[in-house]
Design a protein around this ligand. Structure first.
Ligand code: HEC
Ligand code: HEC
Ligand code: HEC
Ligand code: HEC
Length: 132
């Protein structure tokens, strides 16, 4: 009897921990800066960009996650597809290669592109890459 109770406890605790682990992987609440580990920290010229994920997206009134976390198949953007949980750098490589849009250009095109289009949000280097 005792042993069964202990086992049940163990299972419950394990399940609880896995749920917490999964939830924290999918939580974007604490993204405050974009500082992609794919950029070599030793050659990095500029150090991260302040980006208060949720607050930014609320203020900018961006409804769909896949405006940024998009997904592609056979070179075509998937209308209903999305890739949150997958880092930009898993698809956009930090070195120059011909297979994908390089990471630095991907960030600049996405961030600056929208700001320029909406005429809102920073477009100058120093506005995003703030000196400390
Ligand atoms: C709208 C915001 C924005 C603007 C404007 C912007 N950047 Fe960036 N830039 C980013 C983001 C986001 C990254 C990815 C940062 C990271 O992961 O550390 C980045 C990355 C970089 C990197 C590669 C990482 C590094 O530190 O070496 C360089 C170099 C860079 N930017 C230079 C510039 C220059 C030069 C300008 C102006 C011509 C500029 N950026 C304007 C947002 C911006
Ligand atoms: C304006 C662009 C933009 C929008 C809209 C956006 N995100 Fe993000 N998100 C980012 C960037 C940039 C990062 C950090 C770079 C990376 O992880 O590759 C990020 C990171 C994340 C991460 C990884 C968190 C971590 O700790 O690594 C998750 C999860 C995420 N976003 C979920 C979402 C969800 C869910 C939505 C919709 C409710 C959403 N995002 C909308 C740009 C965006
Ligand atoms: C699942 C893979 C995947 C992820 C994750 C991903 N992308 Fe992309 N992205 C692509 C593909 C594929 C293309 C088409 C061009 C190419 O082949 O590189 C593309 C195109 C783009 C383009 C040019 C077209 C457009 O939509 O404006 C930008 C900018 C871009 N990505 C930025 C980003 C940023 C920033 C992130 C992270 C928030 C991100 N991407 C995450 C696969 C991905
Ligand atoms: C789809 C459009 C869109 C994309 C993509 C986007 N932004 Fe913005 N951003 C905006 C708008 C709109 C504002 C102005 C919000 C306002 O003040 O009303 C803004 C404002 C900002 C500001 C000013 C401070 C703030 O939080 O309001 C920063 C910094 C910023 N964006 C950084 C970024 C970075 C870094 C990225 C790329 C990772 C990015 N943005 C991608 C639309 C976008």
């Amino acid at each position: 009897m005792m042993r069964q109770k202990k086992l049940a406890m163990c299972i419950a605790v394990t399940v609880l921990f896995s749920v917490v682990a999964v939830l924290s992987v999918f939580s974007q609440e604490d993204v405050k800066t974009v500082q992609d580990k794919a950029f070599n920290p030793r050659t990095m010229e500029r150090h991260g960009v302040s980006f208060l994920h949720d607050a930014h997206n609320e203020k900018a009134k961006i409804g769909e996650c896949n405006v940024c976390h998009h997904d592609y198949k056979d070179g075509k953007k998937l209308e209903d597809g999305s890739s949150e949980g997958t880092a930009c750098s898993e698809c956009h490589k930090s070195d120059d290669n011909e297979d994908s849009l390089p990471l630095i250009r991907a960030y600049h095109l996405q961030c600056k592109g929208c700001h320029a289009e909406k005429r809102k949000g920073p477009v100058m280097c120093g506005e995003c890459h703030v000196r400390e």
